[in-house]
Each structure stands twice: as C-alpha cells, then as structure tokens.
Write a protein that binds this ligand. Structure first.
Ligand SMILES: Nc1ncnc2c1ncn2[C@@H]1O[C@H](COP(=O)(O)OP(=O)(O)OP(=O)(O)O)[C@@H](O)[C@H]1O
Ligand SMILES: [Mg+2]
Length: 490
C-alpha cells in the first residue's frame, strides 16, 4: 500500500509524563505538532464540571486548582485492576485515562490535517516499556482500541528507539555490517535498558534484542519525589495538618518548582528551589548544588547501575564490543546518568539520539513497515522475553517455564496428571523465588473443563505456553476430550 496523507499510519509514544504522535510520509518520519506547536502533550487529564475532559497542557494548571478531578501519570497504574480514580463522582480506570490521552492525540491530528474531508488514521503502533508485563501491555492495547485507534500492534519503547536509529543511519546506506547498541531509556516513570544488535545486509535490516532489563517504577517522578522530600526536611516543613484538598494543592505547587529546579541542575552546577507561600505565610527558599542533587539520587543511581550492569552481563558482550549508547528519555539528560553509562559500558553516550521523540518516530516507522509502506528493505525484529513465565509449585515456589531474556517466539510445555474433569492452572510472570513475592504477578487462571478421565480415574493434561515476538501470550491445552488454543486473557 502506498503512503497516503489522508490515511496515514502513525506511531504513538504513550508516556508517563508526555505523549507524542508521528507519521510516515513515504520517505521519512514526521512528528506531528500539536495545535500549540509542541511535539508532545503532557499525559494529564482533567474532567470538567460538564463531564468533558481536558487533556494535555490545558489540564496541567488543574493539578493545582482542582487536584481531585485531575490525573497525571496514569501509566504507572495501568494493569493494576484495583486502581480507580473518582473524578466528578465517576469512576475512571488507568485504561480510561490513557485512552483519553490517546484520543486527544488522535483528534488533535485529525482536526488539523483534514487535507480534504475523510482524513482517517489507517493504522497505529503504540509503544510500551519493554519491562511491562502481559497485563500492562494488554491494558495499553485496550486503551488504544477504546480511543478508536486501528491498532496494528504494540511495540516496546527501546526497540522503537533502536528502529529510529537504524532507519536514520542504515536505510539509505549501502554499507553493510553490524553494530551492538545500548538503549538507555530513562523517562518520567520507567527505566528500560536494552542491548540490541543492528545487522544491516543488502536487502535486510535486522534488530536483534540481546538482553533487556529495567524497572517500571523508576524514573523522573522518583527523582522529583526525592528532591521534594529533601527540601521539606531541610526546611522542616510538614503538610500533615492540611485538609486533603489543600495538601494536594501544596504538593502540586511544590512539585512544579521541584521539576524546574531538577531540570536546571542538568545544565547548571547550582540552583534555587523557591516556592512562594508553600504554607500560608511561609516561603521555601533553598539553594541546591548538582553535587547535592546527585547525593539525593544515589539510591536510584545504585539501582540503575545494577540493572545496567546485569543487562550487559546477560548480553554477553565482550569488552569493546558495544558500539554505541543511545540515551533516550527526558531523565537521561541528568548528567550523572551519562556518567553511569560511560563507567559501565566504557563507551561515550551517543549525542545525536532524539531523546524525546526517538520512541514515537520508531513506532511510526514500524507502523509503516507493518502496513507495507516501507519497501526498501525487509525489516526483521528479533525480540526476547522481558520476564520469566511459570506456574506455582509446592511451597509457593515460582517454577519457571520460560525464563526472562529468552529469544522470542518461545514456548514451553508442562504435563499435569489430573484426577478430576475440571482443572485450573495459574500462570505467573516476573522474577523471584516465590510466587508470593511482589515482583511476581499472578495472571488470570486458565480453567479447563470436560477432561475425559481414563479407567484409573486420571488423565494427562498438556499445557503449552508460547510468547510471540510481540510479547503476546498464547496457551494450548491438550487433554483427552479437550483441545483448544487461544490467546491467553491476561
Ligand atoms: N533537562 C532535564 N533534566 C532532568 N530531567 C528532565 C529534563 N527534561 C525532562 N526531564 C524529565 O524527564 C521526564 C520526562 O521524560 P520523557 O518524556 O522521556 O518521559 P515519558 O516518556 O513521559 O515517561 P516513560 O517513558 O517513563 O513512560 C520527566 O520526569 C521530566 O521531569
Ligand atoms: Mg518514554
């Protein structure tokens, strides 16, 4: 299918703090500017009195003026079925909020690009952190469908960033060869580290994921909170006495200044944190140096360093084998992050990556590829599993069937001897020794009924789990009287 401006294929980076959308124009990737000229919108939703949502920059001041009807960072809770926001008395799930953000991107683009009547997005790729588990990915997809987007597929953020790099650097080049690159993606809410080999052949461009690691609860938000806590302690300020609404307002007021100061410290050695009227009649006025800020970040940096070093070990890179480090995500601008990457990899971070837009650009490229609009080269993506998949064994032990960092597609089979015609299997995903650990997530149980028992009153049930290269889980059940194959609901 040729490229078509009326029916574009788009890529969307649904970020914790910012989201953006890009399209493939037939030759290159073009990031859409929103109505206010920006290339992204804040992932913030406010529900007005009338019930009409305000999304993006317009919703931001409402964090301060009407915090109880305004939501930010819903991505941190996507996949958590217990999380519900009550806005204007109505329940909104993280899926609902994310879907409003996606809808806003879609509508903004549709409103301003009706070259003629009938502009309609033909296909969309939406990204998620590589470190997301199946339910988080499934809910992200749900949000996209709910927003009315024709989803081509979901893709992982680091792979999208690598695709942008590969496309920009290789698609036109005759030169063949391979490169091993590190994608260090530190955003507002999540940290992903991925080692990818880009193999450029005459007619084929392959992206082979060698290893991944990360934390879906580690990002700029944590740094903001740590800096805010430090400042409150330094001035002995407590919000405890405030009513909930007043407290939310005071916190929002403080966070706005904290984020400003944090960003300044990425380019200057020393800055001020000033919050007028943080409490009635009381101002916050603090000087902070970059060295002090680095000290505040130390626990997070420790964790980042460990995840990075583990991932490099998993990738089995020999010294000097890594060609490039791509720094992606707004928080990668913090100078100490570059120091960490330099120290752990021995490679200077590559300065030319588009930290803010690489993910959405790569997603648009992938959308074009999926829709058959990129014809220059065959593009192959070889993924690995982000988490281990297994079942519960005696003593709550997490019995792993498919380990993390296994090349996908991958499958594993287990046989159970059952003594009843119905049977339930509970899969788990994550890492840990026991299924009860917080890092291990229980997926929806699989119920099997109608098993035909043999003369001894038992039967063998064979269950095969497979994970495809888009991190989608399938299950195949084989037993006397039963034979089915389905995408596992997660
Ligand atoms: N100059 C800077 N120095 C430090 N931090 C920054 C700077 N610029 C942006 N940030 C931080 O980067 C984060 C936003 O980055 P980005 O837009 O990549 O995240 P996101 O895509 O919304 O989140 P995620 O990928 O985790 O879902 C915010 O926490 C923001 O405060
Ligand atoms: Mg991001």
């Amino acid at each position: 299918m040729p490229d078509d401006t009326l029916n574009p294929v788009v890529g969307i980076d649904l970020g914790t703090t910012y989201s953006s959308i890009a399209r493939w124009d037939g030759e290159r990737i073009d990031v859409y500017r929103m109505h206010d000229g920006q290339e992204s919108i804040p992932s913030i939703v406010h529900i007005q009195d009338s019930g009409t949502p305000l999304v993006g920059e317009m919703a931001r001041p409402r964090l301060m003026t009407d915090p109880s009807n305004t939501v930010e960072k819903a991505k941190r809770f996507i996949g958590d079925e217990t999380k519900v926001y009550t806005l204007r008395g109505k329940p909104y799930t993280p899926v609902d909020i994310s879907s409003l953000v996606l809808q806003r991107l879609k509508q903004d683009v549709e409103k301003r690009y009706p070259k003629t009547a009938g502009f309609d997005i033909a296909g969309a790729v939406i990204t998620h952190p590589h470190y997301f588990k199946f339910p988080q990915i499934a809910r992200t997809q749900e949000a996209a469908v709910k927003a009315g987007l024709p989803v081509l597929r979901l893709a992982s953020e680091p792979v999208a960033a690598a695709l942008d790099y590969g496309f920009t650097n290789y698609s036109r080049m005759e030169k063949t060869g391979s490169e091993k690159i590190l994608v260090f993606d530190l955003g507002g809410g999540t940290f992903d580290v991925t080692v990818i080999e880009v193999i450029n052949e005459a007619t084929k461009l392959t992206f082979k994921v060698l290893a991944t690691g990360g934390d879906d609860m580690l990002g700029g938000t944590n740094f903001d909170e740590a800096l805010a806590q430090w400042a409150l302690n330094a001035q002995g300020i407590k919000f405890d006495g405030l009513k909930p609404e007043a407290k939310s307002r005071a916190v929002a007021n403080l966070m706005e200044q904290v984020i400003k100061t944090k960003r300044e410290l990425s380019s200057v050695d020393s800055s001020y944190l000033t919050v007028p009227n943080i409490l009635p009649g009381q101002h916050m006025e603090l000087e902070i140096t970059r060295a002090q800020f680095n000290k505040i970040l130390e626990p997070s940096c420790e964790r980042i360093r460990r995840i990075l070093s583990d991932t490099l070990t998993t990738a089995r890179l020999r010294s000097g084998e890594l060609n490039k480090s791509l720094m992606i995500g707004g928080s990668s601008l913090i100078p100490v992050m570059e120091d960490i990457v330099r120290e752990e990899t021995g490679v200077d971070p590559w300065a030319d990556a588009d930290r803010h837009l690489a993910v959405c650009r790569g997603a648009a490229f992938l959308a074009a590829m999926d829709d058959g609009r990129v014809t220059k080269k065959e593009i192959v993506i070889e993924e690995v599993t982000a988490h281990a998949l297994g079942v519960r064994a005696a003593g709550n032990v997490f019995s792993v069937m498919i380990p993390a960092n296994r090349a996908a597609p991958v499958q594993a089979t287990r046989i159970y001897t059952v003594k009843s015609s119905s049977f339930e299997v509970q899969p788990f995903q994550g890492h840990g020794r026991l299924v009860t650990e917080p890092t291990v997530t229980a997926l929806k149980p699989i119920s099997i009924t109608g098993v035909r028992l043999g003369p001894n009153g038992d039967a063998d049930v064979k269950i095969t789990f497979s994970v495809n290269n888009q991190q989608i889980l399938f299950v195949k059940i084989e037993a006397p009287g039963v034979s089915e194959q389905r995408q596992l609901e997660v």
